[in-house]
Design a protein around this ligand. Structure first.
Ligand SMILES: Cc1cc2nc3c(=O)[nH]c(=O)nc-3n(C[C@H](O)[C@H](O)[C@H](O)COP(=O)(O)OP(=O)(O)OC[C@H]3O[C@@H](n4cnc5c(N)ncnc54)[C@H](O)[C@@H]3O)c2cc1C
Length: 292
């Protein structure tokens, strides 16, 4: 693992750095100016506007309200309520708009069964044909996230859910078979978290090769999946081999690629985050833009 990647990742997840920048004179304003490329805005209405613009360009969206690592029940329940409201309001968004969520935002760390109940309630609230895509977090949470998603899928809601598979983790090929068997939509990513080498492949060639194998496996079994990567070489190699598989991108990363893919008939979905907790998300994107 490169030392730069480790340092940039630590900075990107540092609460102390966030506090220092946000309290510095003009710090918050300057940071927001730079971050706004990756963020729809602070409110639900900002997200709706960006989703509408993407729809006009021919891209679908997945809307996420920022947040993670919730450590008390009251906040987790509030987040669940916000998401149920968001799920209801999807009926007024373009009909290909989905939701995204990280389960630690919904109380996974404090009450896993309660988190599954909340995820089920959100999925049930979605208009027909929509999904809620569950993000993948660090390795320590991978088992709990998998169990929660499978639990809700088993309640007859697989067609309302999506899961995320991280190519870098050693456990992913096995986990992915369970997600495939459950009939979930799978978003294949390289993996954003820096993990120890006994748990994960290193960033770069080993992860890219794993990504290729996993994508071929998804295509081979006819799973519902998307290639969520900005890596042009990997993406084009897979599109050439598999045909126009859906591609997912993060808002603000390589926006020109979105238009190019659409013009070539490749379905594109863009992750559209909004809310006040944008700082650490922006720092991670900044780190990745430097090749971290
Ligand atoms: C829709 C979507 C959802 C995701 N969800 C998750 C998740 O739930 N869990 C998880 O662990 N990871 C998730 N990821 C993140 C993913 O794991 C990677 O960390 C991230 O996408 C960067 O890897 P890459 O595949 O784009 O390849 P890289 O090799 O990192 O990047 C490819 C190229 O894109 C450029 N690039 C990458 N990021 C930026 C940027 N911010 N600004 C400018 N250029 C950039 C790089 O410089 C490089 O040239 C998601 C990614 C996407 C697209």
């Amino acid at each position: 693992m490169s030392i730069d990647r480790t340092i940039l990742f630590r900075l990107a997840t540092s609460v102390r750095l966030e506090r220092a920048v946000r309290t510095a004179p003009r710090g918050e304003g300057l940071a927001w100016r730079a971050a706004s490329r990756y963020v729809a805005g602070r409110t639900h209405e900002d997200a709706r506007r960006v989703v509408g613009d993407l729809y006009t360009r021919g891209a679908a969206s997945s809307v996420d309200q920022f947040g993670e690592l919730v450590r008390n029940m009251e906040t987790a329940e509030q987040v669940g309520e916000d998401y149920r409201r968001l799920a209801t309001s999807l009926a007024t968004f373009p009909d290909d708009a989905w939701l995204s969520i990280d389960l630690s935002h919904l109380g996974l760390d404090i009450d896993p069964p309660g988190c599954a109940d909340q995820l089920a309630a959100i999925a049930q609230t979605l208009p027909t044909g929509r999904r809620i895509q569950v993000g993948a977090e660090d390795h320590a949470r991978a088992g709990a996230v998998l169990r929660c998603v499978l639990d809700v899928a088993e309640r007859g809601m697989a067609d309302r859910l999506g899961a995320t598979a991280q190519a870098n983790l050693h456990r992913t090929p096995e986990d992915m078979e369970q997600l495939i068997a459950a009939g979930l939509h799978i978003r294949l990513v390289k993996g954003a978290y820096v993990e120890p080498s006994h748990l994960a492949l290193t960033y770069g060639e080993p992860t890219d090769v794993a990504y290729l194998h996993l994508a071929h496996r998804l295509a081979e079994v006819g799973a519902s999946y998307a290639l969520a990567t900005h890596d042009g070489v990997l993406r084009e190699a897979l599109l050439a081999a598999l045909g126009p598989a859906p591609v997912e991108q993060l808002l603000g990363v390589r926006p020109d690629v979105v238009d190019d893919l659409i013009s070539r008939g490749v379905p594109v979905r863009v992750y559209v985050p909004f809310g006040n907790d944008w700082f650490r998300y922006w720092m991670r994107r900044l780190a990745e833009s430097r090749g971290a």
